[in-house]
Design a protein. Structure first.
Length: 156
């Protein structure tokens, strides 16, 4: 008998202004030591879009304008009772200057210099689709040590 996984809904928002993209170095908690987009959990009564904008403000100190939903990624970790459902958004406009927070240290990267070797292993599979302006879905399976075991990514 298998038990159903509990679903945890999260946001991930990337500020992309070709030829550059804003990433954040995660300083603590899940994913610490990796470059990533900005995002996190929804608060009571929040829409996914509201959560994405709030998390961006909390983590990078800037207000993003209109956001466009680009994809949904599902993450499974060996031994975890939760499946992470991550809604990925793209922002192009913002107000303010990126500032370091307790959780993230923002930094602009030229798109050809995105540091995939210092990011989650799944990023190299869906980031190019995201950067190409397409929508996508993906499923990623990690072992208990956060090593990528398998993946399935589709451009829509």
């Amino acid at each position: 008998m298998t038990t159903a996984l509990k679903k945890k809904v999260l946001t991930l928002c990337l500020l992309c202004q070709p030829p550059r993209i804003l990433l954040g170095m995660k300083k603590r908690g899940f994913g610490a030591g990796r470059w990533n987009g900005f995002g996190g959990k929804l608060e009571q009564g929040e829409t996914i879009e509201e959560a994405a904008k709030r998390e961006f403000l909390e983590e990078a100190g800037i207000t993003v304008g209109e956001i466009d939903k680009r994809g949904v990624l599902e993450f499974f970790f060996e031994g975890s009772p939760e499946m992470l459902e991550v809604h990925v958004f793209k922002a192009e406009e913002y107000e303010g200057e990126p500032v370091e927070s307790d959780e993230m240290k923002p930094q602009w990267f030229d798109i050809p210099a995105i540091p995939y070797d210092k990011m989650w292993a799944d990023d190299e599979f869906w980031f190019p689709i995201f950067l190409d302006g397409k929508k996508f879905t993906g499923k990623f399976y990690f072992d208990a040590d956060e090593n990528l075991l398998s993946h399935d990514v589709k451009a829509l």
